[in-house]
Ligand binder design. Structure first.
Ligand code: ADP
Ligand code: ZN
Ligand code: ZN
Length: 753
């Protein structure tokens, strides 16, 4: 029997993570040592042993065999959370690629130095009268004038309460003084300065006070909501946790449903993770949770520093909180009594990580449910095709909320055919229908949202007169225009010369479409000089509270019109909005991915869902060059099921996910020659092709943005019925790269769908 070795990560203060330690597995422990178990191992001099976690088992010693020590023992009652997370990391690595270290760093809270924040306060150390006397003295000398300012300000502003404290920073500002004068007063014993440590509570004070107000208003679940709540409760009581998909139309009260279920779990002593897309992590959502759960709820988000996030994970580990709300990384909150994971807006693409390992948080949550026996609730008004497919196949239990909780009907949706507008001489950005409704709303003092669909805009070519879009004859997705004047298919590499006139109608108006939020703002200003307009896009939301500032200004009716990209369509609840315009609805329809129609439908339905949520009914105008496309037609009717049926038959026909699985391999290098040589070799490698004859392998193909951040990219797509075969292919490709010595200058990253 040859020796086996365990690569361990020692203790869990994670600085050591980059340096796994190897131990030999003694024969008598072979059965017990598995990835994820906790072990005791000798460490350093003498008889000292430490705890470690097994990350990997291998038959290859990493150093001279004689220098490798034996593991001492397996710890059976290991710390629950951490070892579970190592098991999870192992799964993530297997399912999404990357190294074990990368996977561990994804799931384990990485210790970070937390910068201690404190605030300094000053109080008068003498009476007010004395302070004023001193001030008078100081004023006689120019060099001491600033000290006088401070004393005078403090004395004048502490009438009635002599020991009043002033925050130093503000004090200096308000008394037009300086930090050195303040220090000088302190040295003279005329003032006292004390420092207070500020504890990080990620929930802003404003939310806290709003939360307390709202907690007075108590909503009762309606019959539809109650049915879901009681079924989930019953499954919990019967110890049969499941994965549920709640398909609830916009405004149907999904949030209240989650809150009731979460409340139940928390009362049963369980902890809950609630994922929501970063962009929807707004004051509005938080307020509702804070109102119900107070200090027992915490959040993390990407604008927090690593230290701030680590703080929240520690609070969770200690049991100081019951509920963690956050974007995808909140999934790895180290709760010890986790019972439920909720994923709101589960269709959002932001649940897929863009960094290695490119894990899918929805899929991972569902896997965690199976691994740890948790319930998982996925919710959306527009479920991903994949989740709905699984609900149809019985893998998830499907619930529907078909009506708006407010009793208000879904908005009325108009489709404006922009080809007809052009024909009839309207060359502006706004269709006549949208213009007419905007006039009406502005006159009535109601609010308007204009949504510019820019998602995934990638140089597709269409005819402005007939709406024709040029697609790949093999893959049925849009061709993209490259700088060299060729139109290329991302998936199979099909290439042809760009058309100068439309192949369908002969028009010469065949171009890519360009427009930005700023252009729309300008056009609106010209059209409605008196209207108050807010714009929300990447440029206007750069600072930490940028989103919040714009959204709350709009909520307070400080503007009539809000223009924005997809950021504005997520989950917001503005009662005064009664008109939503979706400009260039087609943009996402022709991006070069098989999910283009799905994204379009989701965006349009979500955007439409912002209109008429309160007592006044809403209207929506979708402006498009392809009014007959099924995703436009279905979003006009807000008919998810009709869309799903069309889409799933397209996916079946083309063998796209979720009917089959697809692996995307990004191959990149700093050297264009080496990349091209490697890809050319890869294209014709016999071994790779013959061992994977059952798979459909496409590419490598050059990317539209061939060069990005000084790296060149090519992409391969592989389709398979069996997901495991894609993992096999990934392993084979990694091996191929290693054997050919490519990995020192070629990077391979994997995305699974
Ligand atoms: P969704 O998340 O499904 O889009 P929300 O949870 O935001 O919907 O609810 C939409 C609106 O309906 C909110 O203003 C909410 O306060 C209200 N609402 C939800 N449930 C009820 C209920 N049971 N009774 C009355 N109003 C409700
Ligand atoms: Zn045409
Ligand atoms: Zn193609």
């Amino acid at each position: 029997m040859s020796d086996l070795y365990a690569n361990c990560c020692v203790d869990i203060t994670l600085e050591e993570l980059d340096r796994p330690f190897q131990y030999r597995i003694p024969d008598e422990l072979r059965d017990k040592v598995k990835v994820g178990v906790m072990v005791k191992a000798p460490f350093g001099r003498g008889n000292r042993t430490i705890s470690a976690y097994v990350m990997e088992i291998s038959d290859k010693p990493s150093i001279d065999k004689s220098r490798i020590k034996d593991l001492s023992e397996v710890v059976e009652n290991r710390l629950h959370t951490v070892s579970d997370m190592i098991e999870l990391a192992a799964w993530i690595r297997h399912s999404y690629g990357g190294t074990m270290i990368q996977a561990l760093k994804t799931v384990l809270p990485v210790k970070q130095k937390v910068e201690v924040k404190s605030i300094k306060y000053a109080t008068l150390a003498v009476s007010r009268e004395e302070a004023l006397t001193y001030a008078g003295e100081f004023e006689k000398r120019k060099t001491q004038l600033l000290m006088a300012n401070i004393l005078r300000y403090m004395a004048e502003n502490s009438q009635g309460s002599e020991d009043k404290s002033f925050e130093c920073k503000k004090l200096i500002e308000l008394s037009s003084s300086s930090a050195s004068s303040l220090a000088s007063l302190n040295r003279r014993g005329l003032i006292d300065i004390r420092e207070e440590r500020v504890f990080r509570s990620p929930i802003l004070d404003e939310i806290k006070s709003r939360g307390q107000e709202e907690s007075k208003v108590c909503l009762e679940a309606n019959a539809e909501q109650e049915e879901i709540i009681s079924k989930v409760k019953a499954d919990f009581e019967n110890k049969t946790p499941k994965t549920y998909l709640i398909h609830g139309v916009t405004g149907s009260g999904k949030t209240l449903t989650y809150i009731e279920i979460i409340d139940y779990y928390v009362k049963a002593g369980k902890q809950v993770i609630m994922l929501i897309p970063e962009i929807a992590l707004t004051m509005q959502t938080l307020t509702r949770f804070y109102a119900r759960f107070g200090e027992r709820v915490s959040i993390i988000n990407s604008k927090m520093s690593a230290g701030e996030r680590y703080d929240q994970f520690i609070r969770a580990m200690r049991g100081e909180i019951d509920i963690m709300i956050g974007p995808r990384s909140a999934l790895f909150t180290p709760f010890t009594h986790l019972g439920l994971i909720v994923v709101d807006e589960e269709h959002e693409t932001s649940y897929k990580s863009g960094q290695v390992p490119c894990y899918n948080a929805v899929e991972t949550a569902v896997h965690m449910g199976k691994l740890y026996g948790l319930s998982v609730i996925l919710g959306s008004a527009t479920p991903s095709i994949e989740s709905y497919y699984k609900a149809m196949s019985g893998e998830y239990q499907l619930f529907s909320l078909d009506k708006r909780a407010s009793g208000q009907a879904l908005p009325k949706v108009y489709v404006a055919d922009m080809r007809a507008e052009l024909k009839e001489g309207n060359r502006t950005i706004f269709s006549r229908k949208l213009k007419e409704l905007m006039d009406d709303r502005l006159a009535k003092g109601e609010q308007i949202m204009l949504f510019l669909n820019k998602r995934g805009y990638a140089g597709f070519i269409s005819c402005r007169e007939c709406g024709q879009v040029i697609k790949c004859p093999h893959c049925d997705i849009s061709l993209t225009l490259h700088r060299n004047g060729k139109m290329i298919c991302h998936y199979c590499g099909h290439e042809q010369d760009a058309y100068r006139i439309c192949p369908k109608c002969g028009s010469k108006y065949i171009t890519g479409i360009k427009a930005g939020t700023q252009k729309i703002e300008e056009a609106l200003h010209t059209l409605y000089p008196k209207a108050r307009i807010l714009r929300m896009d990447k440029d206007t939301t750069k600072d930490k509270h940028g989103h919040e500032r714009i959204l709350s200004a709009f909520a307070k009716h400080e503007a009539d019109i809000l223009i924005g990209t997809q950021m504005i369509v997520k989950g917001h609840d503005f009662p005064l909005v009664t008109l939503v315009g979706a400009l260039m609805a087609d943009m996402s329809l022709y991006t070069s991915t098989y999910q283009a129609s799905e994204r379009t439908f989701q965006l349009l339905v979500q955007a439409a869902g912002r209109a008429g949520r309160d007592s006044k009914p809403g209207d929506v105008v979708i402006q498009t060059y392809s009014p007959d496309n099924y995703s436009i037609v279905a979003s006009q009717r807000q008919d998810y099921k009709a869309f799903y049926d069309e889409e799933i038959s397209f996916r079946s026909l083309m063998k796209y996910p979720p009917v089959e699985h697809m692996l995307t391999v990004h191959i990149s290098s700093k050297s264009v020659e080496k990349l091209e040589r490697a890809c050319d070799d890869l294209k014709v490698d016999k071994d790779l092709r013959t061992s994977f004859e059952d798979l459909e392998i496409m590419g490598p193909v050059k990317q539209n943005a061939y060069k990005l951040d000084d790296e060149y990219y090519q992409t391969m797509y592989i389709k398979a019925v069996d997901r495991e075969r894609l993992s096999d292919f990934k392993d084979a490709l990694d091996l191929y790269g290693a054997e050919k010595g490519l990995l020192s200058y070629i990077y391979l990253t994997y995305e699974f769908d």
